[in-house]
Design a protein around this ligand. Structure first.
Ligand code: 5GP
Ligand code: MN
Length: 327
C-alpha cells in the first residue's frame, strides 16, 4: 500500500514539473508520463516531458499533442535546475535515464519516484513505489482515484490503459487480477477503445520488424538442459533487416513459448555494448540474475545494459550464471 497523501501535497505545493522515464521507453513509460502530464495540466501546473530516447514509432499515437521531447543537453539541462519537482516514472535507478544521468543526479530539486519495480536505489526524496502494482500507470490511476485529485476522462484513461495492457502482456501476467479487470472496465467506460490501442501498439509493425523476427526465430538456441532458450541479434543482422532497436520489443517472449523452457534471454548487440532482456516463468528471479551484472527489473522480466564487452564472451558468462537460477 502506498501512502498517496505526500504525493498530493507535493503536487499542490509546487508549480513546475519535469517528467522523465527510462531509456527505450515502453507504453508504461510513455503512458505514465502522458497521464501524469495531463493530470498536472488539469490542475493548472507547468509541466515538461523530456526523455533520453525518442518515443518508439508504435507509441507516438498516444502523444496526441506532441508534448514528449527528446533530450538535448543545451535545450533541456536548465529544466533540471529550474523545475520545482523532477518526477521519475517507471524506473528506479539514475543510470536508466542514460545521457540525462548527470543533469538528473546533479539537480538539487525535489525528486520523486513513481514506479512498480522492486529494489529502488536511494536517488529520490520521495518514493511512491509498490511492486505489487501491474504497471506504473496502474499506480497513477490508483493515486487519481484514491485522492480524487482530478476527474479522469478519456485523455487519462487511454495512456493508463496502454500502460497496463502492455506491462501485463495483454492481461496475462501474474498481476492480472479481478480488481485489475474492474479498473480496466472503468477505463473502457471512460472512452478507451481496446481494439484500437492493441492494433496501434502491436499490429502496425513495420515489415522490417517481421523479417527480423523471422531471422530470430529461425536461429533461436537452447542450452543443453533445454530449460533456457536464447536469441542473439547482432548489429549486422539488424542492419540487414532494416529494423531498429524499438522493433525487438517482445521478441524475447518467444523463448518462453517453448514447452519446458523456464528462462528466455535476448542478447542484443548495441553500437557500443550489449543489452540483455531476461524473462522467466514461475518463481525464477531474473531480476537477481540481472542485478549480478548491474541490471535490474521485475522477478519475471528484467534487463541488463553493459558497455565494452565482447558479445560472445558475455553470452557464455550470462548463460553460466543463468543455469544457477534454473536449479
Ligand atoms: P526489457 O527487457 O523489456 O527492456 O526490460 C524488462 C524489464 O527490465 C523492464 O521492467 C525494465 O524496466 C527492466 N530493465 C531493462 N533494462 C534494464 C537495465 O539496464 N537496468 C535495470 N535496472 N532495469 C532494466
Ligand atoms: Mn512498467
Amino acid at each position: 500500500m502506498i501512502d498517496f497523501l505526500p504525493l498530493s501535497k507535493i503536487i499542490s505545493e509546487n508549480k513546475s514539473f519535469l517528467l522523465t522515464t527510462h531509456v527505450n521507453p515502453d507504453a508504461d513509460a510513455i503512458g505514465s508520463e502522458l497521464a501524469f502530464y495531463r493530470m498536472l495540466k488539469m490542475l493548472g501546473k507547468t509541466a515538461r516531458i523530456v526523455n533520453h530516447s525518442e518515443t518508439p514509432y508504435n507509441l507516438v499515437f498516444l502523444d496526441t499533442d506532441s508534448v514528449v521531447e527528446k533530450y538535448e543537453k543545451e535545450k533541456h539541462d536548465m529544466l533540471f535546475y529550474e523545475s520545482d519537482v523532477i518526477v521519475a516514472l517507471d524506473f528506479n535507478s539514475p543510470q536508466r535515464v542514460a545521457s540525462m544521468q548527470i543533469a538528473f543526479e546533479n539537480s538539487r530539486k525535489l525528486k520523486i519516484c513513481i514506479d512498480h519495480h522492486p529494489h529502488p536505489s536511494p536517488f529520490a526524496d520521495h518514493f511512491f513505489v509498490d511492486s505489487s502494482y501491474s504497471a506504473t500507470g496502474h499506480v497513477l490511476y490508483d493515486f487519481i482515484k484514491k485522492t480524487n485529485i482530478v476527474e479522469p476522462g478519456k485523455s487519462i484513461a487511454v495512456p493508463i490503459y496502454a500502460a497496463i495492457m502492455t506491462d501485463t502482456g495483454s492481461f496475462r501476467f501474474d498481476r492480472t487480477t479481478s480488481d485489475l479487470h474492474r479498473l480496466i472496465a472503468e477505463l473502457i467506460d471512460l472512452g478507451t477503445d481496446p481494439t484500437y490501442i492493441y492494433d496501434k501498439i502491436y499490429d502496425e509493425s513495420r515489415y522490417s520488424k517481421i523479417r527480423l523476427l523471422g531471422e530470430c526465430l529461425s536461429t533461436i538456441r537452447m542450452t543443453p538442459s533445454k530449460e533456457i532458450a536464447y536469441i542473439v541479434i547482432t548489429q549486422q543482422a539488424l542492419k540487414i533487416s532494416g529494423a531498429d532497436e524499438a522493433d525487438i520489443e517482445g521478441f524475447v517472449n518467444y523463448c518462453l513459448s517453448i514447452k519446458g523452457v523456464k528462462m528466455g534471454l535476448l542478447f542484443f548487440e548495441l553500437e557500443n555494448g550489449l543489452k540483455v532482456s531476461l524473462r522467466s516463468k514461475g518463481s525464477i528471479p531474473v531480476n537477481l540474475l540481472a542485478e549480478e551484472f548491474g541490471g535490474g527489473g521485475h522477478l519475471n522480466a528484467s534487463g541488463i545494459r553493459v558497455s565494452d564487452v565482447k558479445l560472445n564472451d558475455f553470452i557464455s558468462v550470462i548463460l553460466e550464471a543463468a543455469e544457477r537460477y534454473i536449479k
